[in-house]
Design a protein around this ligand. Structure first.
Ligand code: NAD
Length: 295
């Protein structure tokens, strides 16, 4: 078995998940390059600044004692792609759109070493289809690495192999995630939404459809589906705001795209109110407006 040493991680996408995955790696003493879209016309990159500022709130204790700046460097695709050559593990965590991910892979692939690992944090897009976006010599080192939100506290990570993923690499990655990041691994097949989201999306829609028929409000539903049934803080609609309403709709859409035009197809349809919120840019906590906060 070849050496498997992760000296540096790159996270592509500094959104809800990317920023927190970066923070989790940094807290495990692994330096991170956190990439996002380049700043517009001389303005500072607001997204990445917000993400880095948010890390303080997310991870107060362990990193505060260290030089935070040395552990997470902000980077962008316009000027820093060369720095990917120093990274042993690249975790892609950009928006849940197949075409956007494939476009990005084409852009970054020339800068990724053949012995590095490249993994997508997709919630449920086909890992085999995503792998097709990588050049052949990198496909053995490509897999799905599905962290759950919030990644610092959620132990579960689903690992998903493609038909080309090197089994030894996946074993080594699993061992690193377990020992270094403290994660519990489930190996999932490359099926739409893998395991947890396949069940999760089915049940969140069951609650939404059923309570809508009963005419229940968001607060009432959350009152029933939160602490009362043993979920510490989050409930149905609060969770949706935390996940991001656009991401939730994409994950629902991944299921719907696999179904024939029958009653299940209608079941896996984002409710109209959800689509209306997304259309006006109210995407949940990340935009400070969503189901609960209306600004
Ligand atoms: P997000 O919307 O918070 O962030 C997405 C990031 O992608 C942003 O920083 C944005 O700048 C970047 N981006 C958007 N379009 C891009 C493009 N064309 N090229 C490059 N970068 C682009 O999303 P998120 O919630 O962090 O989700 C990221 C990934 O993680 C998705 O695949 C999602 O399904 C998955 N995921 C999300 C959650 C969750 O709870 N939100 C949980 C597990 C997995």
């Amino acid at each position: 078995m070849s050496n498997f040493i992760i000296r540096k991680v790159a996270v592509l996408g500094a959104g809800v998940m990317g920023a927190q995955i970066a923070a989790h790696c940094a807290n495990a003493d692994v330096p991170v390059l956190l990439f996002d879209l380049p700043a517009k016309e001389g303005k500072p990159n607001a997204i990445i600044d917000k993400a880095l500022a948010g890390l303080k709130k997310l991870d107060p204790a362990p990193l505060a004692a260290k030089d935070r700046a040395g552990y997470i460097d902000a980077a962008n695709y316009a000027s820093d792609l060369d720095k990917l050559r120093d990274c042993d593990l690249i975790i892609e965590a950009i928006a849940e759109k197949m075409e956007w991910k494939l476009d990005l892979y084409a852009k970054v692939a020339p800068f990724i070493r053949a012995d590095a690992v490249f993994a997508s944090n997709t919630s449920g897009l086909s890992i085999n289809r995503l792998a097709e976006g990588m050049p052949e010599q990198l496909r053995g080192r490509f897999c799905g690495i599905h962290f759950f939100n919030p990644p610092r506290y959620m132990s579960l990570v689903e690992l998903i192999a493609t038909r080309d993923t090197e089994p030894a690499m996946l074993d080594q990655l699993e061992s690193w995630l377990t020992t270094r990041l403290g994660k519990s691994i489930v190996r999932a097949k490359d099926t739409p939404n893998f395991v947890a989201n396949r069940v999760g999306v089915f049940s969140i829609l069951a609650v939404m459809h059923h309570t809508a028929r009963l005419g229940m409000g968001f607060d009432e539903v959350d009152g029933l589906t939160g602490p009362l049934i043993g979920r510490p803080k989050s409930a149905t609609y609060r969770t949706a705001d935390v996940v991001g309403l656009d991401t939730l709709a994409h994950v629902i859409g991944t299921m719907q795209a696999t179904l024939p035009d029958d009653s299940w197809h209608a079941y896996f349809k984002s409710p109209d109110w959800l689509q209306a919120l997304i259309a006006k840019g109210a995407l949940g906590q990340k935009t400070r407006a969503g189901i609960y906060r209306k600004e």
